[in-house]
Each structure stands twice: as C-alpha cells, then as structure tokens.
Design a protein around this ligand. Sequence first.
Ligand SMILES: [Zn+2]
Length: 366
Amino acid sequence: MPRRATFVILIALFVLAAEARFSAQPGPGDRVILITLDGARVQEMFGGLDVDILRATIKPDQKAQDQPVYRRFWAETPEARRLKLMPFFWGTLMAGHGSIAGNPRASSSVTLTNKHRFSYPGYSEILLGEAHDDTIKSNDPTRNPYVTVLEELKTRLGLTAAQVGVFASWNVFSAIVEHTRGALTVNAGYQDFNHPDAPVRELSALQLETPTPWDSVRHDVYTFRFAMAHLKSARPRVMYLALGETDDWAHDGRYDRVLETYARTDRFLEELWRWLESDTEYRNRTHILITTDHGRGRTPGDWRDHGANVEGAQDVWMAFVSPRMPQRGEWRQHPPLHTSQAAATLASWMGVDWHALRPAAGRAVR
Ligand SMILES: [Zn+2]
C-alpha cells in the first residue's frame, strides 16, 4: 500500500475514533429530562412528614394529630410516610423503573461539592458538573460564565433551540441555564409563554393573576403545564423542568404547604410519566434525572434555612430513570455520589463524554 494511502486511512481511523468517543451507544432517538425540586430535604424525600417539624410550625395549643396534613400524610414508618406523600414516585417510578440515592438510613450519601449550599451555585454545579465557588457565589441574575451541559448537548447533537426546553418557576434560571442568551428555549419566572394552543396562552395570562408570596417565583403548576405543552408540540430531545415551591414555602415556615407541594409534584411526575409511556418516540428512550440544588437544616430550629453554615444543607439526593440503568428502588452502601456527577450523567445518556470536555467535572453515574 502506498505510504500516502496508509496515511489517509490512519487519519480516517483517528477521526472515527474521536467521533466514537463522543457518540457511543445511544441511538438517534434518545431523550433526556432533568427535573429539580428546589431545596427538597432528604428527610421528606425518604421519610415523608417529619412530625417534629410539623409540631414546631403550629401554635402551642394546637395538636399535630389534628392538622389536615397529619391526617393526610402521617404513617408509622418512614417508608409508609413517603409512600403517602409521593405515591407515584415511590410506588411506581422507583419500584418499577428507576432508583434513588441519598437516604442516610440506607447508608447512601449524595452531597454537594460547592460550599455555598444555596440555589445558583447548586444549579450551576448540576449543569456544569463542577463547583466554581469563587465565581458563582450569589443568587443574582448574572449570566452563567460557563457553557452548560444543556447548551453543549444542543451543539453536539445539532439540535434547534426549540429542541432544548427549560421551564422554571424561579426567574433567575434565565441566567443560570444559558451562557449564551437565546441558545435554548427558556421560560422562567413570571414570563409570558406564547404557545399555538389557546388554553396554554390563557394559562400564561393567568399566572400573572395568581401571584405567589414571592416576587421571583411563580406557582409550579404553570411551569409544569408549559413544560408539558412544549413537550407535546415541540417534542424536545433535551428538557429541564425546574420546580421551586418546595423551597419557598419552607423559607416562609409553611410546612403544610411544603408537604402539599411534594404531593402535587408527585402528580406532575405521574402525568409526565404517563405521557412519556404513551408516546412511541419517548417510550423506552427517555432518560430522567431528578434531584435538588441543596438540602436544608435538619432540626425544627433550622429546617427553613440553608447556606454555608447550615448543617444538613449539603445532603441531597439523586434519582435515575433510564432504560439503560437496571437498578430499582434505593441505593444502599455505595461510594458517595455528588451533585457534580449530574452533568456527566445527563450527557452520557445522550452519548456525550462530559468528562472529556471538562476534566474537573464529576463522573457519570452508571
Ligand atoms: Zn434553592
């Protein structure tokens, strides 16, 4: 063989190998959905209603047993309580389709690597795969200085902006999820959602007529409805649903509303899952990662709070629903996982090696 031909073949093999490194296994129809519940503690996720917290949030002359949320969500064991709080998540999704890490009682640990333990650094760690404690250290709506995994997936997979949809209750997500403004479809906070269907446009108007107690966070139900509408009409390959009320009601000390939010979120997850299962393009090809941006304090004295000095706010959890992951139920006795592994995990499901792009990022969970 002439030396020149050998050279050409070697170059071709090199290019093919480099391609394969970034596009192994997944088929062209794979899809990924990231879902976050802001500041959702491991205590509620794995144990349901925390009666010490409930007692601390009612008046001295009231009894916990008389509270509507107690009657609705109390049971004797943590397993029974969490099943009452999130019946679809535990009874169907984790039992039959996925797994969750982070329960201290199962010797399972998932922690943040950022030291701030509040929202923007937490979400940025999820979307970048690494903490940047010196540069990402406030919740101000400043644009993310780094390209996120959502943007990278769009570029690598050759997707349109409509095919990467982000729906968030908190308005700062507009700055967090995109390094380049306009790269993705982003609808965050009290933002109009212009959709071809009239009922969706009516909901978009209604969100402004139903204010929350918080200026920067709308009700999760609008975020969820817009995400479902986009899913059905634009059929994105990459979607991020960022729910916020689990955090805001907790800051306000409304434990009853916190519990109701978990239950409502469970119904959102069920509706989403039923739709995915009913659609031939999404069924068996959709990978879902569900997690939170930080925990909160562990005691009745500090459960409302989180931050660098709040013990327990570093404790988080991560759930995986992927046709390529066989685990079911709870992870037990494994090496600790970290929030910094979320980006690489999402990328790996779509055939992209995030660790090769960001050597300091956490490794994909398999
Ligand atoms: Zn948060």
